[in-house]
Ligand binder design. Structure first.
Ligand SMILES: [Zn+2]
Length: 516
């Protein structure tokens, strides 16, 4: 028998291909970055002697995870900040102590940054305020961001540098929280995070950014993530160049699809960059919109949204709308209906990011326009306890639905929204299957789906959500050789064990880029 050369051959594997026609296999071979064979252990003879062989010892091989909605640079910056998430701190006193220690190591006047606090899980059950932070660091400006990134807290030095005083009116779309008796800013700011980040705090130095991106890269690879879709609304040509640099230097190994803000569209088009421009390492994705009602009314207004969405659509782009609350999901649906009515396009795959509350009438509308939903199963795990206490009884059944989305053919894709939540897809897998919060409480268990269905959402559906399903998302001949070896088979272990599954090896383009 003649032999063939492959760059790598995984054998003795329990391969879950995600290809419905042939779900299981034992061997995967790759050459020049692509899968050239999916077969049985008998095929090993074809490659022996001329290929690098990896004996998987019966372990499970799946397509690499595709995180369909994350924020790479925010994550990189977070990894350089104090971690104030519930896994690290349990109270405002803990946060104060962390800041105090950091202040001792940091030159006076330099910003101290903390991220990920969740007031619901703090012992004091409130947001930290300027006084808490002043006590810990009177000589440094301090900024803490809340988990959802919609709120942040500054200390007095930070407020002064941001020019926020008792006289400052609420900016459009933002809210300056005030102390009841004095009217002074309490330090807590809503909807002003990007202003503080972009206009007040000096950007990371090149070296800091590099350190952060390397940390983020390690975190993605050790989580088995081989593709990410960056959903940052600020993205434009500059960010494209930055990603390009990190791809060239191989400091950012996962494949990146970069969404952009509408502000960048004219510039990108002028430079010859169009939707899906680039290659399998870095490509241009959807135009991202953020729709919220922080200030009590829709921002942007329905009319503005309709117009802007139409503009992106007519420029040939996929559209991606951040919509969390029922009202915003409805406005997003209305904008897409408007745009597709005026300018129909069969395979548009316009996306709703989060679509957190989606009652049946809205679901029907989304189905009618064939929208794609990008959901965050792990939010159920990390924030489920808060949802159960804050979300109305009437809305709970419509919260972070998955079974209903799948049944309606919305082709939901899974994501972490990292750094809003940690990026580990196996926690998302656990949450989508069990619908359990970290506290153990269940959240609308009727929306639970099988491990195989969740895996599909994290792989093939992720690729579909960025028009890349012909390139990746399943283990099939001709697709990119992006695969992950897991310590156990998610379709076999008990639901409780799902989040304990470990990534053993991460392979991108046939190359082992990470191993335990
Ligand atoms: Zn996001």
């Amino acid at each position: 028998m003649s032999t063939e050369a492959a760059d790598v051959v995984l054998y003795n594997a329990n391969v879950l291909t995600m290809n419905r026609r042939r779900l299981r296999a034992e061997l995967v071979a790759a050459r020049d970055g692509e899968i050239i064979r999916v077969g049985t252990n008998d095929d090993l003879a074809l490659f022996k002697g001329r290929s690098k062989l990896i004996d998987c010892e019966g372990k499970t091989v799946i397509p690499g995870f595709n995180d369909a909605h994350i924020h790479i640079m925010a994550y990189a910056s977070n990894l350089l900040s104090i971690d104030c998430s519930p896994s690290s701190v349990t109270s405002i006193s803990d946060i104060r102590e962390e800041i105090r220690q950091q202040a001792e190591r940091t030159p006076r006047g330099t910003w101290i940054k903390g991220t990920g606090y969740n007031e619901f899980y703090l012992a004091e059950h409130r947001h930290p305020n300027r006084h808490d932070l002043d006590q810990a660091a009177p000589y440094h400006p301090v900024r803490l961001t809340q988990r959802s990134l919609h709120a942040c807290v500054l200390n007095s030095r930070g407020l002064a540098l941001a020019g926020i005083s008792i006289e400052t009116p609420d900016p459009p779309g933002g809210l300056v929280d005030r102390e009841m008796n004095t009217g002074e800013p309490s330090g807590l700011l809503f909807g002003m995070n990007s202003y503080i980040n972009e206009q007040v705090i000096p950007p990371l130095s090149k070296e800091e950014l590099r350190r952060g991106v390397r940390l983020a890269n390690q975190s993605f690879l050790s989580s088995g993530i081989t593709s990410v879709q960056d959903a940052t609304v600020r993205n434009g040509f500059d960010q494209w160049q930055t990603f390009l640099r990190f791809k060239k230097s191989e400091e950012l190994a996962p494949r990146v699809s970069m969404m952009v803000g509408l502000h960048a569209l004219a510039d990108l088009t002028e430079r010859g960059l169009y939707y899906s421009y680039g290659d399998s390492g870095l490509r241009l994705g959807a135009v991202k919109f953020i729709l919220d009602e922080t200030s009590g009314r829709l921002n942007p207004s329905q009319e503005e949204l309709n117009e802007d969405v139409l503009r992106a659509h007519q420029a040939g782009f996929q559209v991606s709308i951040h919509a969390v609350e029922e009202n915003t999901v409805e406005a997003a649906a209305a904008a897409l209906e408007h745009c597709l009515h005026l300018n129909p396009r069969a395979d548009h795959r316009h996306r709703l990011e989060h679509c957190s509350v989606c009652p049946p009438p809205l679901l029907r509308r989304l189905k009618a326009i064939r929208a794609v939903v990008v959901t965050q199963p792990a939010f159920i795990y990390y924030s489920g306890e808060r949802y159960l206490s804050d979300v109305s009884e009437a809305q709970l059944p419509w919260l972070y639905r998955t079974r209903s989305f799948l049944k309606s053919g919305l082709k939901p894709a899974a994501s972490s929204d990292c750094p809003v939540a940690p990026c580990n897809p196996l926690v998302g897998l656990y949450a989508a299957v069990t619908r359990r919060a970290e506290s153990g409480q269940a959240l609308s268990p009727k929306e639970a789906i099988s491990p195989e269905e969740v895996l599909r959402m994290y792989t093939l559906a992720g690729a579909y959500a960025s028009f890349e399903e012909r390139l990746k998302g399943s283990i099939e001949v001709g697709k990119l050789a992006d695969v992950v070896i897991l310590s156990a088979d998610p379709t076999v272990v008990s639901p409780e064990e799902l989040k304990e599954i470990r990534v053993e090896k991460t392979i991108i383009g046939g190359e082992v880029v990470w191993e335990r």
